[in-house]
Design a protein around this ligand. Structure first.
Ligand SMILES: *Cc1c(COP(=O)(O)O)cnc(C)c1O
Length: 952
């Protein structure tokens, strides 16, 4: 008989996602002395937690089948014409930005630009973003994005608290005109810090002396436009700082907050080309005065110079703020919204100042026509002045009007029982205005004449608030207005950078694995992209199914009982998790519990988060093998037993090992009344092998942008859902728009909802077996690298069987002693070989942490190991004196093309500099700048595009 032909669709995806082929797997296992993956896993996973995984997922599905299923789910979302506004607006993502940026792996698979020499493209785009924000808000310093408008407002609140001279005050004024979701998040964030948020109408304020700060919304959430000049002066006179949440499109026409005295401006950049996406991800912005720049949360791109004195960009100052300042850090933001900030910045680059102003004028004019027509129809329009939003006092007819609108597939904003709201946007047409008139007109009433009104209505912006200053005069916003020019600009920037589409990015703790195309495809479908987060629930049945199924999948993967998908980064998951612990203790009358134990090896976001949750951090020691020092932990747990709230511990540890004592550690904390927070950033070593919810964790966050395939986007977006055991489920974050009423941690109920399809697709295609295999291969790949490199560089920590988990730390400190070569030199030299460096000096200074992930093939691992070995030979040559101590290929790395064609004065050859291995001749990555001078940049801080004169 001939071979049987398999007739069911084959699931090829698992083998596509995983790099090594069957033969490679065998060879690698043999290198490690194992004959099967099961045997390797059995040696790596400690006895005490073996078998805790109960990954009960069905078999994986083929790419085509999974795409068909998710298409059907997407089809259950209904796309009504939406006039809800409230911080979220319809927008046209320009097609060249959609295709060449949002859907382009050169942009979306990049990592946060910590290695500036290989990140000049996205750094330039982010500098454009900062310039855009600074220009529009009239404040000189803007960061490179925050997570959403509401959390940016919360950051502004704590910023005011730190900087206000009204030191005795614990009261923060928040205008009743702020968006409701912003007020929700403010309240959540204020409570653990002992801040009282006073929500009121600012026009009723008589005494402002009791406040340390204030938040105003501009234009107001209901559409009103107020002149805040005098109010800001009153707050300033009382030593309070003022933050203004402002709409970027409106600012093209309105006096910017910086010109009426605001200390901070925050807001969303969503309507600059970023799809609604059911609430996210979108970039938020934060800008402030020069005097406060060193206190600003988030990341800041700054201008510096490279080794040759040429202009070069890099992250300034607070680059690694949480890692350096730990519990004294002012914010826990790590992953931000870089990809979305880049979209917004390119939207401004493409439209330019005139294009943006034209869009804003058009939206405003249409709103003025709409309002005038509604007045003619006898409706009570509450605003005399507005930009794009109005509120109608519809009294007893309100509910009927909503029902009538919905019957015509139209969503209006639900303000209250008596009033409703309308917001127009870039996509609004004449026909939409006429449809709205028809909706509000009484039976048989004559409709307003659009053409007549268009010719006669006046602008409804108050004269004293009309913007006088010019916007976006920098060349970058005036150059790329044809599609050809924009396409090439995007290509040119992408070509400067290294992303996963060119090389492995072996960053420990970051899990830079494949972001498969099939996972990415649904993200830009209109059915996921064009849904407003506050649309009536019945319109988002597709999202409801997607999130329900995803929650069940993540419960299966972690062993937890309930999941919240709301947190939009790992840091926000940590925060939501600690709040759940806090609320749990309080619900039992245990409100003295505020001590959080954190091992010294923890990621910087952990102590920063504990601080934000109002907890006191007690650091516990690690032993010489990198493990948590159990006796120290026990002693501290007992010492603080009356006040112990939680332990935050990363598993497998940030030192890259599965600690044997994890169950015992969890037991100690529980015995002393605390809850266990397991930081799940390293979940990629565990899925299908062991489950934090089953070996002692009460709550964990996952980084879907690490373990579950959401791309890093150059520094965001991310999703940081938390899983909890059932006793914490009542304390998961809620939302005004959800049944759960605990405080919200994000503006939207499902945070970064529109990228959840990526994780759904990944889990669906891998199935239980595939996910387990991915963890096993991640461990195999890490151990293979560790084994190949250990004779060249000592591996800092291993478990009891001399194995690592899914990452390994190479100790370069001894080499610094013998050769003067530092981790920096090695990281920069890797660029000459075409690699992105591993994680530098975290969690141990002077080391490199390598995490290959399961997606890298054996060829790529070997290419990397060969480069590392070659570099070790160069270091040996420095040690022996064969290479000059200071003028050598390591100290001078990376080498640029420009350097080669100049005079060559180094004692080593050009070939050795740029082609250290022969294969590079075939395809070489040329860094656009030499080594960047960080100190120079921080001393001469410039955070906007260099002026036109500097370009000349
Ligand atoms: C990445 C990471 C975090 C923070 O997650 P973000 O999504 O960047 O906020 C926290 N802990 C560990 C161990 C991490 O590796």
């Amino acid at each position: 008989m001939t071979d049987r032909i398999e007739l069911s669709t084959a699931n090829e995806f698992i083998a596509r996602h995983i790099g090594p082929r069957a033969d490679d797997e065998k060879a690698m296992l043999a290198t490690l002395g194992f004959d099967s993956l099961e045997a390797l896993s059995a040696s790596v996973i400690p006895e005490s937690i073996k078998g805790t995984s109960v990954l009960g997922l069905s078999a994986g599905q083929s790419e085509a089948d999974a795409l068909a299923d998710i298409k059907a789910i997407a089809g259950k979302n209904q796309l009504f014409k939406t006039f809800i506004g409230q911080g979220y607006y319809n927008t046209h993502t320009p097609a060249p930005i959609l295709r060449n940026l949002l859907e382009n792996p050169a942009w979306y698979t990049a990592y946060t630009p910590y290695q500036p020499e290989i990140s000049q493209g996205r750094l330039e785009s982010l500098l454009n973003f900062q310039t855009l924000i600074s220009d529009l808000t009239g404040l000189p310093i803007a960061n490179a994005s925050l997570l959403d408008e509401a959390t940016a407002a919360a950051e502004a609140m704590t910023f005011c608290k730190r900087l206000s001279k009204n030191k005795g005050s614990h009261k923060f004024f928040a205008s009743a005109h702020c968006h409701p979701q912003t007020l929700d998040v403010l309240r959540t964030r204020a409570e653990p810090l002992g801040i009282e948020v006073v929500v009121a109408d600012e026009s009723q304020l008589t005494d402002v002396s009791e406040f340390f700060g204030a938040l105003l919304q501009y234009p107001a959430s209901n559409g009103d436009l107020f002149d805040y000049r005098e109010l800001v002066e009153r707050f300033h006179a009382a030593n309070a700082l003022v933050a203004v949440a402002a709409d970027l499109l409106a600012l093209t026409l309105l006096t910017p907050p910086g010109e009426f005295g605001a200390d901070v401006a925050i807001g969303s950049a969503q309507r600059f080309g970023v799809p609604l996406g059911f609430g996210g991800p979108h970039a938020a912005y934060f800008s402030t005065k020069d005097a406060y720049k060193r206190d600003m949360p988030g990341r800041l791109v700054g201008v510096s110079i490279d080794r040759f004195g040429k202009t070069a960009l890099r992250l300034a100052m607070q680059t690694r703020e949480q890692h350096i300042r730990r519990e004294k850090a002012t914010s826990n933001i790590c992953t931000a919204q870089v990809l979305l900030a880049n979209i917004a910045s390119m939207y401004a680059v493409y439209h330019g100042p005139r294009g943006l102003t034209r869009i804003a004028n058009r939206v405003h004019h249409l709103t003025a026509i709409l309002a005038q027509g509604l007045s003619q129809l006898g409706l009570d329009v509450e605003q005399a002045f507005f930009f794009d939003s109005i509120t109608l006092n519809t009294g007893a007819k309100t509910a009927d009007l909503h029902a009538k609108a919905r019957a015509q597939q139209i969503n209006l904003r639900e303000v209250d029982a008596q009033r409703l709201g309308l917001s127009l946007d870039e996509t609004t047409q004449q026909a939409d205005v006429e449809t709205l008139w028809t909706l509000f007109a009484a039976e048989g009433q004559a409709l307003p004449d659009f053409a007549a009104l268009a010719a006669s209505v006046e602008a409804r912006l108050p004269a004293e608030l009309k913007r006088q200053s010019a916007i976006l005069s920098h060349p970058v916003f005036n150059r790329y207005h044809s599609e050809t020019e924009l396409m090439r600009y995007l290509r040119r920037l992408a070509d400067k950078d290294l992303a996963l589409d060119r090389t492995m990015i072996p960053l420990g703790s970051c899990t830079m694995k494949l972001n498969a195309a099939s996972e990415m495809i649904p993200v830009t479908w209109a059915e996921f992209g064009n849904l407003h987060p506050f649309a009536p629930a019945e319109q988002s049945a597709g999202y409801q199914q997607l999130t329900d199924e995803l929650e069940a999948m993540l419960c299966a993967a972690t062993g937890y009982d309930a999941i919240s998908l709301q947190p939009n980064a790992g840091s926000q998951g940590e925060y939501a998790g600690l709040l759940a612990i806090r609320a749990y203790h309080q619900s039992r009358g245990d409100d003295r519990r505020d001590i959080c134990l954190i091992p010294s090896s923890a990621h910087g976001t952990n102590p920063a988060t504990a601080n934000m949750a109002g907890m006191r951090v007690v650091v516990t020691a690690c032993d010489a093998r990198g493990n948590v020092d159990i006796e120290d932990l026990r002693a501290k747990a007992i010492e603080h037993r009356e006040h112990l709230a939680a332990l935050m511990i990363t598993y497998p540890s940030t030192h890259g090992v599965f600690e044997e004592g994890i169950r015992e550690i969890c037991g100690i904390v529980h015995d002393n009344g605390g809850q266990v927070y397991i930081d799940g950033a390293n979940m990629n070593a565990m899925v299908g092998l062991c489950a934090p919810g089953k070996f002692g964790g009460d709550v964990s966050h996952l980084n879907l942008h690490k373990t579950f395939c959401i791309p890093h986007g150059g520094g965001g977006p991310g999703v940081g859902p938390i899983g909890v055991k059932s006793h914490l489920a009542p304390f998961l974050p809620g939302h005004g728009k959800m049944e759960r009423k605990e405080g919200a941690v994000c503006a939207a109920p499902f945070g970064s909802a529109s990228i959840l399809p990526i994780t759904w697709m990944y889990i669906r295609m891998m199935g239980g077996e595939g996910l387990k295999r991915a963890s096993q291969l991640a461990i195999l790949n890490a151990n293979y690298i560790s084994r190949r490199l250990e004779e060249h560089y000592p591996v800092l920590y291993t478990g009891s069987s001399n194995l690592v988990a899914h990452e390994c730390i190479l100790d370069l400190r001894p080499l610094k002693e013998t050769s003067g070569i530092s981790v920096d030199d090695v990281a920069k030299r890797l660029i000459d070989f075409g690699f992105h460096a591993p994680t530098m000096s975290f969690p141990v200074a002077g080391t490199l942490m390598i995490e290959p992930t399961e997606s890298e093939s054996k060829e790529e691992l070997d290419r990397f190991c060969d480069a590392m070995i070659k570099i070790r030979e160069e270091i040996r040559a420095v040690e022996s004196g064969a290479l000059h101590k200071d003028d050598n290929p390591l100290k001078n790395a990376p080498h640029t093309a420009a350097e080669l064609v100049g005079e060559w004065s180094h004692p080593y050859s050009r070939e050795q500099a740029v082609y250290p291995v022969a294969s590079l001749v075939e395809g070489k990555y040329w860094p656009p700048v030499g080594r960047v001078d960080n100190v120079f940049g921080d001393r001469n801080l410039i955070c906007a595009c260099p002026s036109i004169e500097d370009y000349a």
